[in-house]
Design a protein around this ligand. Structure first.
Ligand SMILES: *[C@@H]1O[C@H](CO)[C@@H](O)[C@H](O)[C@H]1NC(C)=O
Ligand SMILES: *[C@@H]1O[C@H](CO)[C@@H](O)[C@H](O)[C@H]1NC(C)=O
Ligand SMILES: *[C@@H]1O[C@H](CO)[C@@H](O)[C@H](O)[C@H]1NC(C)=O
Length: 309
């Protein structure tokens, strides 16, 4: 079911359980968006900058968000109402200073409130990304003052799909260019990751599309958006098993998050950016958020970030 009007390149869905609202970004109009699901009210604020790549609320600071703007993590104050003119974020941290044409892509907050965000290389044309230019970072305020920016992975094509298991032992990660979901050992105290290994391979399972954003359910199974595949697949990453798929009326499926009063609705973001008029005629709702119900599973609410100040 379509639950929002279309944006250009929807990404980064985050379920705010307190507000019962879905936050997401439109990378190409560089906006942050909020969908109040009970009323369907959809509001938007454009952020000054070239791309806006993820948005997460700051823990216990209503109206304050950490937003990826280009290569910056910025703190943005937003009432949640439609805003005339751009909002100006306060830059808190910057990455990839040697690669100014990179941009952030997906970002998430780990179970301890630490922000993670990864980058990707420039896109000279839609669908073609200069390979191996991206990195994966985490951000936390340092006990000595300032912000501790840690680089964890380099040589990434398109950084995507971060989730953590409920026992905090494992992080799942996607570099879209590998066509794989990888597992890594995760140390919640130090924030270190290690022992990266393949958990689910799109090519081996003959899955159509490329892995983009993902989320995890309370059974520990993964729900993975398939960009270019018109579907979300769900997989058991411990058994390397494809459990099923949800077909969507939009080809470029970008990310997923569980939400709703019982956390049993799967919200799916999609893109219409770069589609031809013919493709748009066939998938008029491309770019909208879709809600999938009746799946019989539950997810976890979006994790808000500990303030970086
Ligand atoms: C990113 O941060 C730098 C350094 O603080 C700042 O000069 C620049 O204007 C910021 N760019 C955006 C798009 O916010
Ligand atoms: C995982 O970490 C969170 C945050 O520190 C904690 O609240 C939770 O109890 C942890 N879960 C387990 C199973 O240790
Ligand atoms: C792979 O998937 C395609 C498209 O869904 C299908 O036509 C083809 O038969 C599949 N091949 C194998 C080996 O399963």
């Amino acid at each position: 079911m379509v639950v929002s009007s279309p944006v250009l390149l929807g990404e980064g869905p985050h379920w705010d359980d307190v507000e019962q609202a879905l936050y997401f970004v439109d990378i190409k109009s560089h906006s942050i968006n909020r969908l109040k699901v009970s009323t369907g009210e959809q509001t938007q604020a454009v952020i000054d900058g070239t791309s806006v790549d993820f948005v997460v609320p700051i823990w216990q600071k209503p109206g304050l968000f950490l937003v990826a703007v280009g290569l910056n993590v910025s703190e943005v104050e937003w009432s949640g109402e439609d805003i005339e003119g751009p909002l100006f974020g306060k830059p808190m941290a910057s990455v990839d200073s040697d690669k100014p044409d990179n941009r952030f892509n997906d970002g998430k907050v780990d179970p301890s409130g630490r922000l993670w965000g990864g980058t990707m290389g420039p896109e000279p044309e839609v669908g073609h990304v200069v390979p191996r230019q991206g990195s994966l970072y985490s951000f936390e305020s340092s006990p000595k003052g300032g912000i501790n920016v840690k680089m964890h992975l380099t040589g990434v094509d398109i950084s995507n799909g971060l989730v953590w298991t409920s026992d905090n032992s494992t992080m799942y990660y996607i570099d879209t260019g590998t066509d794989r979901v990888d597992a890594l050992d995760f140390d919640i105290v130090t924030g270190e990751i290690s022992n990266r290994r393949p958990a689910f391979d799109f090519t081996g399972h003959n899955v159509t599309g490329h892995p983009d954003g993902m989320t995890i359910d309370t059974d520990g199974n993964l729900w993975v958006a398939c960009f270019g595949g018109s579907q979300v697949i769900y997989v058991d990453p411990r058994e390397d098993e494809l459990l099923g798929r949800i077909i969507l009326p939009a080809e470029r499926v970008t990310s997923v998050a569980f939400g709703g009063r019982n956390l049993d609705v799967l919200y799916v973001t999609t893109s219409r950016f770069g589609l031809t008029p013919e493709q748009l005629a066939e998938q008029p709702n491309a770019g909208s958020v879709f809600a999938v119900t009746g799946l019989g599973v539950k997810g976890l609410p979006g994790q808000s970030a500990i303030s970086l100040t």
